[in-house]
Design a protein around this ligand. Structure first.
Ligand code: IVH
Length: 691
């Protein structure tokens, strides 16, 4: 092949890679593809063929090496360089001591040490860095022998370096790839946030943080993974073709030096007694960690001694898991009550004999719906097995049938609304029964409680008991009545001082100008959570335009699917709802999306930004929200189509690439200027879903 030909081939390969990355971003991150699938497939095919014919042009960064394959419904398989073993479990201190005795015997009474680490309850992941320290691959455990490539998703894990610092690399016997293994998990706070959002949006919830983490890691759309804020603790290190570091404790230290997140609770222990102390300490602190652990992993520290002890085909002999006792308890089901939700959903609740579980008293647990009660066959008077992980919501696992007494009758789900007595309805294909009465007092209460939420109209002073009183006294029947409240009347209400009443009035006044997104969320339209509310506000700009939109026009908007579209259209068709909206408008409640979107858009609208490095003044979500509000887009990788790279501290390869392509690089100050100071923080707050 002549020099000229190979040069053009290299150029073509480079162009194809850039183009495919750009189209991946349009498709995955923007949900706004600009070419048809067949055209996209043709580009990938051409690149694959060129790469096969020209191995010298191979590049681990090539989009062909990543999860793209957007038509595929499975991930690409990848064989692990060495199997990802599991651990033998011990469930008591006696069993642990027996294991320790075997280790001591196996080592012929040489001196040795243990490392005790928290056993993080997530899923294990293998991350490969090339010998220049660039993250090249993320692979799930799979069956331990073969996993699945989830690189694009792994790249979204905050705090996981995409490039290892050269100083740390220099300290390793560098040969081939560096493999880091660790546990991916979700904090309990993030788990609750995701589930709350799923509830709001009418989606199913995850049973525990582990399932949520697994679901988030195996997403076809990395933008979804990114929105889930996964986390990782690393606990193993291998260097291809080189001898391992001499001890587990040294591997952990190296990982720390390389800025790879490592759990800081690990302890070097001289004896099993020491290990037992760590176990007791971890058990005591379990509820305060902010993430789930299910035990402590005990490992022989020295790698030479690990090798001497060896492994079975399933698990190493040099390590063991001490598992905490399960956090389950049995208690009596005293009653099943029915709660009425904002949209009239009737939710059965198990009223339990109060019982202590994982540090708090549990007296209620959701039974979700009629079908779930039938599945459990839960009867009033039964003994139930209740489970709780972390500070997570208690869950009914099963009925303890062995303890069922004679004469208990199957639960008859009441078909009348417990609040207003109206006959409930169950729409075909739905599991939930609903009260259809728009005047139902329970629905009115829930609607007002939604309306005043911080993420809605932000009328914090309107507490639950006050809302109750306002409804009881007839001063308020719906949200629009709040704006006609009379200060004197409010002050008269029981235990309402002058100052509190005045504050309340002030907050109600301020809520008028919250803007369309807040209002849409506040209205409690089914399937419209904060995120969807922002999308709708951004796309339609005014309540009037949204009310006039057909389901087709609604589904044409990114992120709006047919279920949301049908629900929104139905809400606006309802005469009572339209009347409420008119009265809110008459009361001076803003029905528009903030104007600044258009005003500040110049220089940003239509431009593509890539964010990299650690930002000081914003979270990435806030920066992305500012860009989006001004009509710009965010992409994950830098290409020649990138307009701006916003570089924070520790920016890595994306910054290098921006510089080499001549893309404009902004620091935070320049970024603020471009966005127009002042309104920024307010807008960012508005766009922030996280609280
Ligand atoms: S070491 C050969 N260390 O527990 C040893 N595993 O039940 C491999 N896990 O598959 C694992 N925290 O997913 C190790 N500090 C820790 C861990 C840990 C959680 C998980 C891991 C493993 C499972 C075994």
């Amino acid at each position: 092949m002549s020099g000229i030909t190979s040069e053009t081939t290299a150029d073509r390969v480079r162009r194809l890679r850039d183009d495919i990355r750009y189209h991946n971003d349009r498709y995955y991150l923007d949900d706004d593809p600009v070419i048809a699938d067949v055209e996209y497939d043709a580009l990938v095919r051409e690149l694959l063929d060129l790469e096969a014919a020209h191995p010298e042009l191979a590049d681990p960064d090539s989009p062909t090496q990543r999860v793209s394959g957007r038509a595929a419904d499975t991930f690409t398989k990848f064989p692990h360089a060495r199997p990802m073993l599991s651990l033998d479990n011990t469930y008591s201190i006696d069993e642990l001591r027996a294991w320790d005795a075997r280790v001591r015997k196996g080592l012929g009474d040489q001196p040795f040490r243990y490392v005790a680490e928290l056993k993080i309850d997530g899923l294990s992941l293998s991350i490969a860095y090339d010998n220049r320290g660039r993250l090249v691959r993320g692979v799930t455990r799979g069956d331990g022998v073969t996993g699945e490539i989830v690189t694009a998703n792994v790249e979204t894990i905050p705090g996981l370096p995409k490039r290892l610092p050269p100083v740390a690399l220099a300290a390793l016997p560098l040969q081939g790839e560096i493999e880091v293994r660790g546990e991916v998990y979700l904090s309990t706070a993030e788990f609750r946030r995701i589930n709350a959002e799923n509830v709001e949006e009418g989606e199913r919830t995850f049973a525990n943080p582990r399932n949520a983490a697994a679901g988030s890691l195996r997403q076809k759309d990395p933008a979804v993974t990114a929105s889930r804020r996964l986390a990782l603790f690393a606990y193993e290190l291998f260097v291809e073709g080189a001898k391992p570091l001499p001890a587990q404790s040294e591997a952990l230290d190296w990982l720390k030096s390389a800025k790879v997140p490592v759990n800081d609770a690990s302890k070097l222990c001289d004896s099993i007694e020491n290990v037992i102390e760590v176990i007791e300490g971890a058990g005591a602190r379990r509820d305060e960690l902010g993430y789930e652990i299910d035990g402590v992993v005990v490992k022989v520290d020295s790698v030479a001694q690990q090798e001497a002890l060896g492994s079975t085909s399933k698990a190493p002999r040099w390590a063991v898991a001490y598992k905490f006792p399960a956090r389950q308890v049995t208690t009596r089901l005293n009653d099943i009550t029915i709660q009425v939700g904002l949209t009239g959903a009737l939710t059965p609740v198990a009223e339990l004999e109060p019982v202590l579980l994982a540090g708090s008293t549990v007296s209620r647990a959701s039974l979700h719906n009629q079908d779930e009660i039938a599945r459990l066959d839960a009867r009033v008077g039964d003994w139930l097995l209740i489970e709780k992980s972390g500070d997570v919501i208690p869950r009914v696992v099963k009925v303890v049938l062995e303890r069922r007494e004679d004469g208990l009758v199957p639960f008859a789900f009441p078909t009348a609304c417990p609040s207003c007595g109206t006959e409930s309805i169950r729409i075909e294909g739905e599991v939930v029964r609903r009260c259809p009465n728009p005047d139902c007092p329970a629905k009115r209460l829930k609607s007002l409680l939604r309306f005043k939420e911080r993420k809605a109209m932000n009328i914090e002073k309107l507490g639950e008991s006050l809302v109750g009183k306002l409804l009881e006294t007839g001063l308020v029947r719906d949200a629009a009545d709040l704006y006609a409240l009379d200060l004197a009347k409010v002050t008269e209400l029981e235990r309402m001082g002058d100052k509190s009443a005045a504050n309340l009035m002030e907050q109600i006044e301020a809520s008028r100008s919250g803007g369309l997104a807040r209002l849409l969320y506040a209205l409690g339209i089914r399937h419209v959570g904060t995120r969807i509310a922002q999308v709708l506000a951004g796309a339609f700009g005014s309540a009037e335009a949204l009310a006039a939109a057909t389901e087709e026009e609604l589904t044409a908007v990114n992120e709006i699917g047919p279920i949301v579209a049908a629900s929104v259209a139905a809400w606006f068709r309802d005469e009572g709802n339209r009347h409420l909206l008119d009265r809110l408008r008459d009361a001076g409640v803003s029905m528009e999306a903030p104007k600044v979107v258009v005003e500040a858009a110049e220089g940003v609208a239509g431009k593509t930004f890539v964010l990299t490095g650690k930002l000081e003044g914003f979270t990435r979500d806030e920066a992305a929200a500012l860009i989006a509000l001004r009509g710009g887009k965010t992409a994950s990788s830098v290409s020649k189509k990138t307009d701006y790279v916003l570089a924070g501290s520790d920016a890595g390869s994306k910054l290098d690439k921006a510089v080499s392509l001549g893309v404009t690089v902004l620091d935070e100050t320049a970024f603020r200027e471009l966005m127009g100071e002042g309104e920024d923080r307010k807008l960012a707050n508005l766009a922030d879903d996280s609280d």
